[in-house]
Unconditional design. Structure first.
Length: 149
């Protein structure tokens, strides 16, 4: 799900002070996906997916795909409902918006250097936030039950 906020990425103090749900929706979804989720609940049937907006559009998002369900800052959702809702909401904000889904290796999610090898992707490493985002992601994940079987 794509959030619209107007805090500059350079303003790390304001970004860090956002509520967890908004923090992991607006610039730290990759940390939640990899560090907290794949590390804690990973298996080969779960994949990190990058929702890459079409050229000229904004709205990157990374979530975990469990085949029939997805996980992001909302928790668990039905995969088809999640995608339909995300596309519908983004198209309301940005007419003509479209995106593609790309599977990402887990190590890309915590490496700025590796993320930049993907055209249009540039992710912060956990230590590049005001404070290390890993403990925050682990704590936020504790609010959710284990993944559906």
């Amino acid at each position: 799900m794509v959030y619209r906020i107007s805090i500059p990425k350079r303003d790390q103090a304001r970004r860090w002070s956002l509520p967890d749900r908004v923090f992991f929706a607006c610039g730290a979804c990759h940390i939640l996906a990899y560090v907290a989720f794949l590390e804690r609940h990973g298996d080969r049937n779960r994949k990190a997916i990058w929702l890459k907006p079409a050229s000229g559009f904004t709205g990157n998002h990374i979530f975990i795909d469990g085949t029939k369900w997805v996980f992001d800052y909302h928790g668990y959702s039905n995969r088809e409902h999640f995608l339909a809702h995300t596309y519908r909401k983004a198209k309301r904000w940005w007419p003509g918006w479209d995106a593609s889904l790309f599977e990402l290796p887990g190590d890309v999610l915590i490496s700025e250097e590796k993320s930049r090898t993907y055209d249009g992707l540039w992710l912060r490493e956990p230590e590049q936030f005001l404070h290390n985002a890993l403990p925050r992601a682990h704590a936020f994940l504790s609010c959710f039950p284990p993944p559906p079987t």
